[in-house]
Design a protein around this ligand. Sequence first.
Ligand code: ZN
Length: 563
Amino acid sequence: MTPETAPALAAVRAEGVDFANSHSLYPTVTTPNASAIATGHLLGDTGDFGNTIFVGQGFPPPFGSALVAVEDDVMLGLLNSRYGGNFLGETTLLQAARAKGYSTAALGKNGPTAIQDVTARTGADTIVIDDSSGFRGEGLPMASDVLVAIKAAGLERPTPDRGLNGSGGAYNMPGVQVANVEQQNWYVGVATNVLLPRFKAAGKPFMMVFWSRDPDGTQHDQGDSLNSLEPGINGPTGKAGVRNASNDLQALRDSLKALGLDADTDIVVTADHGFSTMSRQSATSSAVKFRYPDVVPGFLPRGFLAIDMARALNLRLLDANGFDVETAKGFYPKAGAFLGADPAHPSVVYAPNGGSALLYLPGPDAAALAPRIVAFLTGEDYTGGVFVNDALGAIPGALPMSRIGLIGSARTPQPSIVVTFRSFSTGCADPEICGVEVADSSQQHGQGIHGAFSRADTHNFMAAIGPDFKRGFRDPAPVSNADWANTLAQILGLELSSNGHARGRVMAEALAGGGAAPDAHEIVLRSEPAANGFTTVLNAQEAGGETYFDAAGAPGRTLGLKP
Ligand SMILES: [Zn+2]
């Protein structure tokens, strides 16, 4: 983010608070970080462990699989209904704000947007407008006066799709060449022509979350670098995605100024995660030895870890819908997998999340399987690091999940094992900018991905400006996406819940009149070595009573790790 590449983002950072030592929460994917941004709690409490999670039993059709995609408004409602009315188990900041009489809205990308007020599903309280809005049976309802105002502003209905930004290409066809400009212009139009004027007219304080799909959507799907790690996400299309998000921020600031709301409005900007270029290469995986009709020969297919694990453990491999996967016939599991004789009672559940994977061991053989799985993982070159649920005891080669904030009051099933895939840099001056990671997702080798425990993925963008923040302040203290809600609740006098105790902190040093930044000290944790010597190392920082996770994995397999 420079004044040249992202002028509005750079301006907020330079004129307000620059959170230079910022952190995405691990796994560095969208809905887990959305849950932390929304509630101020770490993922061990929110239970939003990934964009794809295991829920024990499937829901009624069409959601019959016990592996579910969280980025879906209908699924969020199903998760709430199963897990106590609010699957996150904590108050969100928007919920606390509307309870105090604020006007509230969230708009933007499907999934993280609705999570910001996860129990607001009627259109009567927080205004939620996302990619599904207006699609019968998919989106959340909107109040009729909001619909009328959108129409009166000359904006089309329903939410426009991504157009030319919407197709990620294929193994033999480059992805997109344009940013998500048209769809996001629509959201900006709704924000500036409908919501902000409405809030001003109401004469009450307001809180609005604008969840920009860019740069994420464009960096994932860019067609600048098909089957090549360079330029990867740093090509012209990826940069256009960053610029698009910056331009939208500028449009929002211009609108606040035009409405006379700028002097008493705080603006905070955070990215859910960093970004890397995706690798589909491995020298050890057995999955690359088969031929698949839509995978470059010799590259990893989706589900490679499940394919390899099924072979190593001699278990039957089923896809997310319970069908046998025959790799010899060119099939691979596309959206997770079940391992074991009976798909209704699997031994292992595999939930891919880009640069990481969640493994669940729901069967009675979990304690016996876990050390075998960890031993298998440490023998594959794509494994970056391994974490094991504390309930399974210490396993050589892995660190306990409690040390990375993944054990708490979660209502959803806890993963048994979490794997981060290997990460490295292509050798540019700032390695975090040109990170690469092995990942299991739909993207091609050379497109964009995230989810790993590399510093390229944990180092997100965070900045703030407004009357409650210091000006021209570079905050050296570690901060994370779990700190926003706590800090904003403090500014606004709102109450957040503490059903779980894994909470972020108030970033008091960044506030107008706030004191000096808290002292931080570095932590290095090392697992016992596995039989083959594989060791998972964690780099973290402690400040203000909280722990911040920089990078974790085996030395030599993890970008940004200080061994
Ligand atoms: Zn993404």
